[in-house]
Design a binder for this molecule. Structure first.
Ligand code: NAP
Length: 253
């Protein structure tokens, strides 16, 4: 297939949480469709591994170390993207942090950490990327979760944060629709990543979580990346403020 025929041939994509899991797989998938990709996260070695995987797939990528909850680092991340590749078309605001336990165990520090990464991280990425996205009529895709639309016992802080970003996305979609910037959300259920391995860390837990998905299995990072690429593409040009569930039926029950 020629470069011209690829969906994201002239596009630059910034991915937060690109050092592993869904973010890494999406970086490879975007690059396979011609995008130049900036990958960010806190872990340098893993970020460079993602860059190597993108290059192995025939794409171009750059890593920048950034903590999404630090405004100065987020500003540098956006500046690095524009300096390296000349523009910014798509932000995949995907960095996230899980939390589990009874609310009696939740500390103020836990709350702040979960909200800082899952919510403030998206707020800061949007705030500093939107001026660039207005120039390119670009779009933002945010990773929420099935836990963003239903309650789950003993996951309360994470559930609260993932609900919050859906409301944030709807509001940003309305705020920037007149300027041609779309904002959408992808909400996965259980996906085989490092985060999921920390969550379902015993065979019993894995069995129980798998059983919560009517499709009878957990998902793959590529199944989420495919949905991310669709909403980020011109094929989704009439979609904004949407939350797309990619959850094996988890929230349909
Ligand atoms: P993962 O492999 O653990 O990836 C999480 C990513 O978030 C990593 O790249 C991590 O990078 C990044 N991150 C965490 N804290 C950060 C911070 N302070 N600053 C910058 N980056 C940070 O897990 P994943 O499943 O792919 O998670 C991706 C997204 O999917 C998250 O938003 C998660 O909530 C969501 N999700 C996952 C599932 C699932 O079952 N896996 C289900 C629903 C939703 P560094 O450690 O390098 O900073």
């Amino acid at each position: 297939m020629s470069q011209q025929a690829k969906t994201f041939a002239d596009k630059v994509v910034l991915i937060t949480g690109g050092t592993s899991g869904i973010g890494r797989e999406s970086a490879i998938a975007f690059a396979q469709q011609g995008a130049r990709v900036v990958v960010s996260g806190r872990r340098q070695k893993e970020g460079e591994e993602t860059v190597a995987l993108v290059e192995k797939a025939g794409g171009r990528a750059s890593f920048i170390q950034a903590d999404v909850s630090d405004e100065a680092q987020v500003k540098s991340m956006i500046a690095h993207t524009v300096k390296t590749f000349g523009r910014l078309d798509i932000v995949f605001a995907n960095a996230g942090l899980e939390w589990t336990g009874p609310i009696s165990n939740a500390t103020v520090e836990d709350y702040r950490k979960v909200m800082d990464v899952n919510v403030l991280g998206v707020v800061l990425a949007a705030k500093h990327a939107i001026p660039e996205l207005v120039k390119t009529k670009g779009n933002i895709v945010i990773t929420s979760s099935g836990a963003g639309v239903v309650g789950m016992p003993n996951v309360s802080l994470y559930v609260a944060a993932k609900h919050a970003v859906i409301g944030l996305a709807k509001s940003l979609a309305l705020e920037f629709a007149p300027q041609g910037v779309r904002v959408n959300v992808i909400s996965p259920a259980a996906i085989q990543t490092e985060m999921f391995s920390r969550f379902a860390n015993t065979p019993e837990m894995l069995k129980a979580v798998t059983a919560m998905h009517p499709i009878g299995r957990i998902g793959t990072p590529r199944e989420i990346a495919d949905a991310v690429l669709f909403v980020a593409s011109d094929k989704a040009s009439f979609m904004t403020g949407s939350n797309i569930l990619v959850d094996g039926g988890f929230t349909a029950q």
